[in-house]
Ligand binder design. Structure first.
Ligand code: ZN
Length: 261
């Protein structure tokens, strides 16, 4: 009897735990794809910075530290909030004008920090860990979402009958539904030809944000509150999900190749 009770407690603790940002698998997929697109110079410099561990090892650190109150100030770094259905020029203007620190300002700042030759090693390592994570978040469409529903966190839905919210669906539920490990996922996605890779890599950071905005509009338009999501939802969105993960990985590689190149 007691054992049974303990078992249910454990199940409960694990089921109420939530993470915000691509779940652990999503961030690792982005980092692993990036790893496979690094040039030799970047690989060498990264070894000096973080040793032999792959980028995926640090991909979720920026979420884990959220439990530490001394890092609370960095919570805002994981997302931007902007209004729905914006034209590209308006979107980019407003993105650049957002007040305070956010996902956009921090990706710029962290790139400069990782590049800064005068920055102490530990600060540079921290900047790199954040950068690996935040380029992932940039590609989770609901991290470029709307303020009024906190990027879908306040939109209740069910997934095969189980209550959850739209943000969690996009952080991890859809990813976990594919049932790949992060390395398998990186392998099955990493098949874009050279032209496509270059096209995705050579657009601007602002373009990348806008692409997430467009996907997030599509998500909002197709997921009313209290939607009962099942197989059809996966079928409707799995290609967008996979493209975002792949683009995230390719662009993280592009950023790191440029920093160290
Ligand atoms: Zn995050």
């Amino acid at each position: 009897m007691r054992l049974k009770y303990l078992f249910f407690c454990i199940i409960f603790v694990f089921s109420v735990e939530t993470v915000s940002a691509w779940g652990v698998t999503g961030h690792r997929v982005v980092a692993e794809i990036a790893q496979r697109h690094l040039n030799s110079k970047a690989r060498k410099e990264l070894k000096k910075l973080i040793g032999e561990v792959p980028l995926a090892f640090w991909a979720n650190w920026a979420d884990f530290i959220k439990s530490d109150t001394s890092w609370r100030f960095a919570g805002k770094w994981h997302y931007v909030d902007l209004p729905a259905h914006m034209a590209k020029d308006d979107f980019i203007r407003d993105l650049k004008a957002l007040p305070g620190e956010n996902l956009y300002t921090q990706i710029l700042t962290l790139q400069a920090q990782v590049k800064d030759e005068n920055l102490p090693l530990d600060k540079k390592q921290t900047a790199l860990k954040f950068l690996i994570h935040l380029v992932g978040d940039l590609h989770q469409p609901l991290h470029v979402g709307r303020d009024e529903d906190q990027g879908g966190n306040k939109i209740q839905v069910t997934w095969f009958g189980k209550p959850t919210n739209l943000h969690v669906i996009w952080d991890e539920t859809l990813i976990d539904f594919q049932q790949w490990s992060y390395t398998e996922y990186a392998t099955v996605l990493n098949v874009a030809d050279k032209t496509q890779v270059e096209q995705w890599q050579n657009s601007s950071l602002e373009d990348w944000f806008y692409e997430s905005h467009v996907v997030s509009d599509k998500i909002y338009d197709n997921t009313a509150p209290d939607s009962k999501l099942r197989y059809e939802y996966n079928y409707m969105f799995v290609q967008d999900l996979n493209n975002q993960l792949l683009k995230g990985g390719l662009r993280l590689a592009k950023i790191l190749n440029e920093i160290f190149g």
